[in-house]
Design a protein around this ligand. Structure first.
Ligand code: ARG
Length: 459
């Protein structure tokens, strides 16, 4: 037979294949709590404004609560003919209450309904991601403080560049995450307007109180244009974009962990809790969690791509294309929450190997810049000349197979006579790192100061 929700004008029902392509219940059932919350807010408003009698509203509200109780106990029974979560709720309500259930949909359309539900869901998702990021930041602060003095090689081009402290390196990720939280907060702030009352596209002739429903659902205000409200999915794209950026940050740290855990580096030992073995090689301790996190930007970029491609060129207002909006956002959310939890666990439990990091912090003549800086500071040599003199010292050290600090003073004075024995005071990796006291620099005191300040930000 024809559809009980919208089938009035149809003599025959849709083909099975039509139902299958049309149905979204398998995906949007995840928004059932939001759907019921928005319906209850709508209903309270319909009663308050006299659009529906208080007696009918009370019956419908009790029915909605019963459905919520049932669905928090067990799975939702899906029926493709009922398309989506909105119609599943309404059908269930009708089963229980009979025709009075039909009054709930007064002054409403699934178009403002889905836009409202999805904003509510995405808002909660942004809050969950924010909490996950904050937990990871907390772990980073703990480990950064612990390793404010730990020396390691700092790289550019993955070539030894200048010594840095491990605390400083880890705090770099803290700052990335701080910006990520800002992006999710922006997304949340912009999405927090209520589409309810926009109805199908044009608004409604019923005397609805949009302020009331907005307030009840924790929105800052009602949206200002009904056409925009039912067809805007910017918020979904912003959520996915913020998520993509976050996943890129996580993937960089993941890659560093993979590198650090490899034997030639040996900078870290992965904890048992975040390692996997090999079914053939008994000695293996593999960084699978880090590798999987490294791979996740693919999933996040896919979400951005799917949403952007879906929205491109859509005429106003609602179009069914937009039903495809939820899966990528759900997947983006799930991926981020899991990645954050795994990364937070790894950061908490990983064993850093300061001896190994310190032993190679000077590799590749990483204090060469300190030699050049000394010439500038102590002998008033222009930096470009100092750079050149230092380059020759590096070549001499390479030829002699030693470090800069191991070159005899005579050899150094042969390169430039303004060099004296004080030079050896700046060539150690400890001195090099400790001298980088500029604001935001790697010196242990700078790191400790930033950790202390960040702790205040975080609470
Ligand atoms: N399931 C639909 C979606 O997610 C709900 C809105 C349907 N509106 C409509 N006019 N067919 O987009």
């Amino acid at each position: 037979g024809s559809n009980s929700m919208w089938g009035g004008r149809f003599a025959e029902g849709p083909a099975a294949i039509m139902q299958e392509i049309n149905a979204s219940i398998g995906t949007d059932k995840r928004m059932w709590r939001e759907d019921i919350a928005a319906s209850r807010a709508h209903l309270a408003m319909l009663a308050e404004t006299g659009i529906v009698s208080r007696a009918d509203a009370a019956k419908i509200d009790a029915g909605l609560q019963e459905i919520a109780d049932e669905w928090s106990q067990g799975p939702i029974e899906e029926d493709l003919a009922l398309e989506d979560i909105h119609m599943h709720v309404e059908a269930k309500l009708r089963q229980r209450l009979g025709p009075v259930a039909g009054r709930l949909h007064t002054a409403r359309s699934r178009n403002d309904q889905v836009a409202t539900d999805f904003r509510l869901w995405t808002r909660a998702a942004a809050d969950r991601v924010d909490a996950g990021i904050a937990a990871m930041q907390d772990a980073l602060l703990t480990r950064s403080e612990e390793h404010a003095d730990t020396l390691m090689p700092g790289f550019t081009h993955l070539q030894g560049a200048q010594p840095v402290t491990l605390g400083h390196h880890l705090m770099a990720y803290y700052e990335m995450l701080r910006r990520d939280r800002g992006r999710f907060a922006d997304c949340r702030r912009r999405l927090n307007e209520s589409p309810l009352g926009s109805a199908a596209l044009a608004g409604t002739g019923f005397p609805v109180d949009r302020q009331m429903t907005a307030r009840a659902l924790g929105f800052d205000a009602p949206t200002r244009n009904s056409l925009d409200a039912v067809s805007d999915r910017d918020f979904a794209l912003e959520f996915a974009s913020a998520g993509l950026q976050l996943s890129l940050h996580l993937s960089r740290l993941a890659e560093e962990i993979v590198i650090w855990a490899s034997q030639p580096y040996g900078f870290v030992t992965l904890p048992d809790s975040f390692s996997t073995g090999s079914s053939i090689m008994p000695q293996k301790r593999n960084p699978d969690a880090a590798e999987l996190i490294r791979a996740k930007p693919g999933t996040l970029l896919a979400a951005v791509t799917r949403l952007a491609t879906m929205m491109k060129g859509l005429p106003l207002a609602y179009a069914k294309d937009m039903q495809e909006d939820k899966a990528p956002v759900f997947e983006a959310h799930d991926t981020l929450i899991l990645s954050l939890a795994a990364m937070t666990g790894m950061i908490r439990d990983i064993d850093f190997v300061p001896a190994r990091m310190g032993a190679v912090a000077g590799a590749g003549h990483s204090t060469a810049t300190d030699l050049a800086d000394w010439l500038v500071r102590e002998a008033d040599v222009p930096f470009r000349d100092a750079h050149h003199i230092t380059g020759r010292a590096v070549a001499a050290a390479d030829a002699a197979g030693c470090t800069l600090a191991e070159l005899p003073l005579d050899t150094l004075r042969g390169l430039d006579e303004r060099i004296d024995e004080r030079i050896f005071g700046v060539l150690s990796v400890e001195r090099s790192a400790a001298s980088r006291t500029s604001y935001g620099g790697t010196a242990p005191d700078q790191v400790r100061a930033r950790v202390a300040e960040a702790r205040k930000e975080l609470t």
